[in-house]
Design a protein around this ligand. Structure first.
Ligand code: DSN
Length: 472
């Protein structure tokens, strides 16, 4: 029997790897087996296509390419130029952006590139101007001192971590919280929703240089038109980190006021979440920030990863196909079905439901911490992650929440019927788990965990992962 192209490609790759270090080949094979068996509900994960995965395993990995297309610090970058330009072109077309920078290695990197571009564009710094018009070597010690003082302590207003914001939006464990004077806006304690009047009030009081919108655990749409009006009212640059919902923007589920690209001065994203590409980041902006953004490497980033840019070009081409819009809509349909299934069973959800790809459970209703719930679900074959809920009494480590998302299961083909069954499995585990003597310990009958694992696995049997890939 002749093998299809995907099976041949992955089998051959593993054979070549096995000849050098068999344990790596085994681990790669085991990862596929584990992913095939688990009910993956991590909101930030997905399954990239075989074409995207294969685009990463090649000699582009061997090439240094600091600089940008046509302006490299290394010779021989003509083929890197081809893939970087292709990825940028697909990104611009897909999102309707004037400029795309596809080099960031991750979401944090993309945000650092954006922060630098905004600082360089906005901060009134005679020393910075001097640095930009003359060679950096011409700056005196006094210039450098002034430059550091002028760039430091700029203000950023972003969504608070426990309301669903992201670490890189100005929080202490991340450099953004150390380099900026940061303040955050939360959500309305009664509804869990962003209160735009409160955001406007905070912006008026604080007068940030940067207003950041975007989230990793907020289950609702954000009105970017209103956020831009708030930014404009205080002269702030409006930045949106769309990492979580980029696939919903690409698939035209989020349009009009809910599409960040026409409203923000600068948009950052990862490429591996709902967008379903390779692990990496990207920045979109208008012409006024493009030059600064293109200085990302070497200003902020290490050498670009041309093999990942090749994979970004492939994944973005896939996202431009009509079936991606259908995929994006199914992500939201599934998240809403999952939320409804949980609510019907009495689970408490932050905001009571979802408009996007994620659902945030408040597991205090089950008498559990997020940590206990996460582990009990994992024992039962259901992969989620714990997450703080607004004003979380258990803090960011133990938490009171569980975040679940549907991009990955939707890629496998599961639909609303399976979401109701998933809600039943989650509710059964959580209602049968009792807290132990610490915030991390819990008691769950191993026989029940085993039974649920089998049921979770059965749920997946009609929806094989990477059906074209047979590793033998
Ligand atoms: N760690 C990602 C997430 O899970 O949301 C964001 O960086």
């Amino acid at each position: 029997m002749s093998l299809n192209a995907e099976s041949t490609a992955f089998r051959s790759a593993l054979e070549v790897i096995r000849a050098v270090e068999p344990r790596v080949a085994d681990a790669i094979g085991a990862e596929l087996a584990d992913q095939r068996e688990s009910l993956k509900l991590i909101a930030s994960e997905n399954y990239a296509s075989p074409a995207t995965l294969l685009a990463m395993g090649n000699w582009f990995s061997d090439k240094y390419a600091e600089g940008t297309v046509g302006r490299r610090f290394y010779a021989g970058c003509q083929n890197v130029d081809t893939v970087e330009a292709l990825a940028a072109e697909h990104a611009k077309e897909l999102f309707g952006a004037a400029h795309a920078y596809v080099q960031p290695h991750s979401g944090i990197d993309a945000n650092l590139v954006a922060f630098w571009a905004i600082l360089a564009d906005r901060v009134e710094s005679p020393a910075l101007k001097k640095a930009q018009v003359r060679q950096v070597n011409d700056l005196t010690e006094a210039d450098w001192f002034a430059l550091r003082r002028e760039l430091g302590n700029q203000r950023m207003l972003g969504m608070s971590l426990d309301a669903g914001g992201h670490l890189t939006h100005g929080f202490r464990p991340n450099i953004s919280g150390k380099m900026f004077d940061q303040r955050s806006y939360g959500t309305d304690p009664a509804t869990g929703l962003i209160d735009y009047d409160r955001v406007a009030e905070a912006a008026r009081e604080f007068k940030p240089l940067i207003l950041v919108a975007g989230y990793s655990a907020y289950p609702r749409k954000v009105n970017f038109r209103i956020m831009r009006e708030i930014a404009d009212s205080v002269g702030a640059t409006f930045m949106v980190d769309m990492a979580h919902f980029a696939g919903l923007v690409a698939g035209k589920v989020f349009t009009g006021d809910f599409d960040p690209v026409p409203h923000a001065h600068i948009v950052t994203t990862t490429t591996h979440k709902s967008l379903r590409g390779p692990r990496g980041g990207m920045v979109l902006c208008g012409p006024e920030l493009a030059d600064q953004v293109d200085r990302g490497c070497p200003m902020v980033l290490g050498g670009p990863l041309p093999h990942v840019m090749a994979a970004k070009a492939v994944a973005l081409a896939e996202a431009r196909r009509p079936d991606f819009a259908d995929y994006a809509q199914r992500i939201v349909d599934n998240a809403q079905a999952l939320a409804e299934g949980l609510v019907r069973r009495g689970t408490k959800l932050v905001t009571g439901g979802t408009d996007n790809h994620l659902v945030l459970l408040d597991v205090s209703g089950y008498g559990l911490t997020g940590r206990q719930a996460e582990q009990a679900l994992l024992d039962s074959g259901i992969v989620t992650n714990r997450n703080a809920v607004p004003q979380d009494p258990n803090g960011a480590w133990y938490t009171s929440g569980i975040r679940i998302g549907t991009p990955a299961l939707t890629t496998r083909g599961l639909g609303v019927a399976e979401m109701d069954a998933t809600a039943e499995l989650i509710h059964t585990v959580l209602s049968q788990t009792t807290p132990g003597e610490s915030k991390a310990k819990y008691v769950l009958d191993p026989a029940l965990a085993d039974k649920i694992s089998k049921q979770a696995n059965e749920l997946l049997t009609g929806f094989p992962l990477y059906p074209a890939v047979d590793l033998g």
